[in-house]
Write a new protein. Structure first.
Length: 493
């Protein structure tokens, strides 16, 4: 049964959920699990459904809102979000003590946000026993985007969806969800590995670690190391490179191209690098160039600057190409904004999935869901890999000092703006650029963070490739660009 929203802010009961929507006109319907029409209302794709099922997440209720229109209101009669945005206030039945809960919200343009219960001061509310939980969900009547392809997460259909999700607090393999849950998840689902990176295997996540003969071959001349960024692995981070381009890199380095898979959420770059150096055979010394993405640039810098300074590093770094690297940090990894960090990656998966291999989409989505579970319980413990990217954090303070030596640094960065989808364009401009970053960005990292002065003698980086807004290059499609690949080739020649 359809129920009209109350633009005056009066509460409206929709199924088991109570909504307050001052200034918003529309019609709402509730769909519960097992009710005919629920899957059609949700319009989730198999990709999202499979990911939720793998992590034992079940829908508690879905609210569909159609026919929306913003109306002026004389006074503010409800709460706004932490970013000062108008909001839908949803009071949702609390699950029993054995379950956690969050709300996945999608607007008319297909913009997705992860929402966690909030107290009166808009802090994450993990208290139990109150009977209900309150969600402060950002809203606006966004212009509908184009219909998403079937490989997206939620199809764009010009309506709002509140998807209330619950999950057991005891994982059958990892134990209780809470402090250090992501750390346990990463140890279970990711692997440390140093692997070959050839035209035949670069997109495969299941490549055997380097053997003795591989190490010996790498030491016969300058080699090229590929270092991936947050949440990903080498097979997904560099998957958008065409096969012939990977072949050209292998030709240039005579087959001496390899990659480093490592933990990105629970361990910091110092721990990543320490593991890497322990794997190098005692008799091997290497001279290397590096292509790195996102947080992988911080791992590369620890290897090039900190480890080399110790005097006994078996790897001598000559050149580093940074693509979308937070050398000066990204505010999205601050506890206040880490929910938006998940939103950025989720929207990339939903709106730009066509250019990404399915394996990469699934591994990213799995990691996002694992972090969302932990954040819903209001804990940042065990997320040292993310916190290493905080602009004012101790890790970057320690890294960003010292004098430049003979290494050469190169930077690729972007000021992202969607070409289509005015609703997503408004989200990027109003929330990310204005309210969070306060600067140009690629959806995850501030544009200038990759190359700007940060206290280290290696910065600013003068050799840069900067994508303008018209190019629509975001954090996860740098290597899909011909200009990126051509520029890297020229820098490494």
């Amino acid at each position: 049964m359809s129920t009209a929203l109350q633009p005056n802010g009066n509460p409206v009961k929709i199924g088991r959920v109570t909504l307050r929507t001052p200034g918003l006109q529309g019609v709402a319907n509730s769909f519960r699990p097992g009710v005919p029409g629920m899957r059609g209302a949700e319009l989730t794709t198999d990709m999202l459904e499979d990911a939720l099922t793998r992590q034992q997440i079940e829908p508690q209720e879905t609210i569909e809102i159609t026919g929306t229109r913003e109306l002026p209101v004389s006074t503010s009669v409800t709460r706004s979000t932490n970013f000062g945005e108008p909001a839908i206030i949803a009071e949702v039945p609390e699950p029993n003590e054995n379950f956690g809960q969050f709300v996945l919200f999608t607007d008319e343009a297909g913009v997705i946000t992860w929402n966690f219960a909030r107290d009166e001061k808009n802090r994450v509310d993990a208290t139990r026993g109150t009977g209900t939980r309150t969600y402060v969900i950002p809203r606006g009547v966004a212009p509908a985007g184009r219909n998403a392809e079937s490989r997206g997460l939620i199809r764009i259909i010009g309506k709002k969806l509140l998807k209330v999700l619950v999950f057991p607090l005891i994982d059958p393999i990892l134990g209780r969800v809470g402090d250090y849950f992501v750390q346990k998840w990463e140890h279970r689902n990711r692997a440390y590995r140093i692997r070959t990176f050839s035209p035949d295997n670069y997109q495969s996540p299941d490549v055997q670690p380097l053997q003795s003969d591989d190490w010996n071959n790498l030491s016969k001349g300058r080699a090229l190391l590929m270092v991936h960024g947050t949440i990903s692995q080498a097979s997904s981070a560099f998957s958008q490179m065409p096969r012939e381009y990977v072949a050209s890199l292998n030709d240039k380095y005579q087959g001496r191209v390899f990659a480093f898979d490592h933990f990105t959420l629970s361990e910091d770059p110092l721990q990543n690098t320490a593991w890497l150096l322990q794997q190098v055979p005692k008799h091997v010394t290497l001279e290397i160039d590096i292509i790195c993405h996102s947080r992988g640039g911080l791992v590369s810098r620890v290897l090039a600057e900190r480890s080399a300074a110790s005097g006994d590093c078996p790897l001598r770094v000559r050149k580093i190409v940074f693509a979308g690297v937070p050398n000066a940090g990204t505010i999205l990894t601050d506890a206040k904004y880490v929910g938006s960090f998940l939103d950025s990656y989720t929207n990339i998966l939903n709106l730009f999935v066509d250019a990404m291999p399915e394996t990469g989409v699934l591994e990213t989505l799995d990691a996002v869901i694992a972090v969302a579970k932990q954040l819903s319980l209001d804990t940042m413990k065990g997320l040292g890999g993310l916190q290493a990217m905080q602009p004012t954090g101790q890790f970057l303070k320690n890294l960003n000092h010292g004098q430049k030596d003979d290494k050469s640094y190169f930077a690729i960065s972007s000021d992202f703006e969607p070409k289509e989808n005015p609703g997503f364009k408004a989200y990027v401009a109003n929330r990310l650029a204005d309210k969070i970053f306060g600067a140009k960005n690629d959806l995850v990292v501030p544009t200038s963070s990759c190359y700007e002065t940060n206290g280290s003698g290696f910065f600013p980086i003068d050799s840069r490739c900067l994508f303008p807004p018209s190019a629509a290059v975001h954090h996860c499609n740098y290597f899909a660009q011909q200009l990126t690949r051509d520029t890297i080739r020229s820098w490494l020649s």
